[in-house]
Design a protein around this ligand. Sequence first.
Ligand SMILES: C[S@@+](CC[C@H](N)C(=O)[O-])C[C@H]1O[C@@H](n2cnc3c(N)ncnc32)[C@H](O)[C@@H]1O
Length: 263
Amino acid sequence: MPAPKHPSSNRPRSTSWEPLAQWYDGWVGKDGSKHHRNLALPAVVDLLGLQPGEQILDIGAGTGVLAPLVHQKGAHYTGVDASEKLLQFARQHHGKEGRFLSGDARRLSALPAFHAAQFDGVVFLLSIQDMDPLEEVVENAAWALKPGGRLVIVMTHPCFRVPRQSGWGWDEDRKLQFRRVDRYLTPLPVPLKPYPGQTGVSRSFHRPLHEYINTLSQHHLWVDHLLEIPTYKTATTGPNAKAENLANQEIPLFLALRARKTL
Ligand SMILES: C[S@@+](CC[C@H](N)C(=O)[O-])C[C@H]1O[C@@H](n2cnc3c(N)ncnc32)[C@H](O)[C@@H]1O
């Protein structure tokens, strides 16, 4: 398979996560946030179907919360990230469970440690929505994947959770909680709200679902399984707890998909 067309340098451009690294590590911890442990990590393990000896690449690995789960199954973990600071935390926490490399998801083919069709599985764990342009990122992921290999993506659901353009509402007449979506079809770079006590903000890139599916298929990655995952949280207090729980169970938080490479 030819190398992607943008291999000029393997030096990562800065990521909006670099100034937030300390805070992110504190929030996520060694084993992942509650969202990771309850929802995102089980979805990755389920969809990936790891086999001993397999080579797994985690793109946008952050502090490396996926590494121990891959290692436990006897597979080999490689994490790549553009943030040096996040990689330092990853090596501290999980250096024995995998290797962590500094690199840009848009230029994987420029990393000396990588070659085409090297990995049995490639994962984007809550990271693809922070990367742009999607076309370059998917092209590089497809390049790294073996024919027949699996690509797994977990992201906030792009149909219901458009950052800053969606939210919960309350219908007093019907006594129900609803989800409002103000914009959906137009791709949108969004600076996220600053996290408590932080001055830096991370950037996210909203895209409609068809853009993901069509970009994957342009690179011979065919979706064969999709999960739509509601939050693990339940409200126990407050006058609207029942309606809140119903809405939380009906409107998914995450979308997880698996695609197989056919060429
Ligand atoms: C929300 S964090 C998720 C990290 C980790 N997967 C997790 O679930 O904790 C998004 C990650 O994507 C990384 N990232 C963003 N753009 C990138 C790029 N072009 N190349 C490599 N990593 C990138 C960030 O540095 C950050 O670590």
